[in-house]
Design a protein around this ligand. Structure first.
Ligand code: PEP
Ligand code: MN
Length: 344
């Protein structure tokens, strides 16, 4: 259920409704929209409290939500959510560019590449310190040392940092360094991790599981939202199909379907979907054309020697070209690139 309150309700009216929801054994989730004041309710098995809640001062209406995902649903919040990551707004109609190496390999490599992508106009830096690798013998990431390097890259460029959290044990440590926490495709249904990351209350970039349906994706976002974070951005990063010409198949069709169902922003990862440098720009444009709110792109200046995912990394000059074409397509669609945060 969710409650629509009179926009002129007093703080005391709002607090009373929140208290009554808790007394009933449910959880209230205030939803801050531009046009109305709403409170989502989770934990209720039926709608028997509806009449009682409707009688409280300031309450205009109590509406049952038909979807299994409540807080992520457009039924609960009709207008698009805008997620603020240290001044970078995702979901407000502008296109946000996230760029950087797939993995933090060394201080020198990361500072070099992040400085380049920052100069070329990226809004947020990416780089994994904890890498989920298919083989246990592959490079697993630098761990906390990698997080320190990312913090230094943020300081040098003034741009916020998104980095992956692999497990609940290291989540609080990653949160100390990152501005946005990334849930990888392999962990989208690691519900223990989702709960712990949700509780940290920080912005989260949640990648769609490589075999997850739209509904499963929204249910995972719901785990994050119902445990404490208000700020979730979903990422389409390709799904498993029979295709052998690409690493994964970018599911462009999920973008309008997602936007219909949810108020959350959705971005596209053209690097992990296509898996090849030459497909990154075409897939980026497809994603933006379909309505994605931004891109997350692997960039490396020595891809032949990259420790992770070299074949799909754009060279800095390719990233420059990507920025140029995104700017052109964005302005044609009346969706210019986002403003670069102050201080960068
Ligand atoms: C990544 O972005 O570094 C990554 C591992 O992506 P995915 O979880 O989509 O494979
Ligand atoms: Mn990668």
């Amino acid at each position: 259920m969710f409650i629509i309150m009179d926009v002129h309700s007093s703080e005391a009216d709002i607090q009373r409704v929140m208290d009554r929801i808790r007394e009933l054994g449910f959880q209230p989730h205030p939803i801050h929209g531009d046009t109305r004041l709403a409170i989502g309710i989770t934990g209720n098995k039926d709608t028997s409290a509806r009449v009682y809640l409707e009688s409280l001062p300031g309450v205009l209406q109590v509406i049952p939500i038909s979807k299994p995902y409540k807080l992520a649903s457009r039924e609960t919040k009709p207008e698009n959510s805008i997620i603020d990551v240290k001044g970078v707004k995702i979901g407000g109609g502008n296109i946000v560019m996230i760029g950087g190496p797939c993995a933090v390999e060394s201080r020198d490599q990361t500072l070099r590449i992040t400085e380049k992508v920052a100069k070329l106009g990226a809004h947020i830096l990416r780089g994994g310190a904890y890498k989920p690798r298919t083989s246990p013998y592959s490079f697993q990431g630098l761990g906390e040392k990698g997080l320190e390097i990312l913090a230094e890259a943020r300081e040098k460029t003034g741009l916020p940092v998104v980095t992956e959290v692999l497990d609940p044990a290291t989540a609080p440590l990653v949160a100390q360094y990152a501005d946005m926490l990334q849930i990888g495709t392999r962990n989208m249904q690691n519900f223990t991790l989702l709960k712990e990351v949700g509780k940290l209350g920080m912005p989260v970039l949640m990648k769609r599981g490589m075999a997850a349906t739209l509904e499963e994706t929204l249910m995972s976002a719901e785990y994050l939202l119902s445990h404490g974070t208000r700020d979730v951005v979903v990422c389409e990063r390709g799904v498993r199909t029979f295709a052998s010409h690409s690493r994964n198949t970018l599911d462009v069709s999920v973008i309008p379907a997602f936007k219909k169902e949810s108020h959350l922003p959705i971005i596209v990862d053209p690097s992990h979907s296509g898996g090849k440098r030459e497909s990154v720009i075409p897939l980026s444009l497809a994603g933006i054309g379909a309505g994605a709110d931004g891109l997350i792109v692997d960039v490396h200046d020595d891809p032949l020697n990259a420790l992770v995912d070299g074949p799909q990394a754009l060279l800095p000059e390719d990233f420059k070209e990507l920025m140029t074409v995104c700017m052109k397509v964005g302005s044609a669609l009346n969706r210019p690139l986002s403003a670069v945060p102050k201080g960068s």
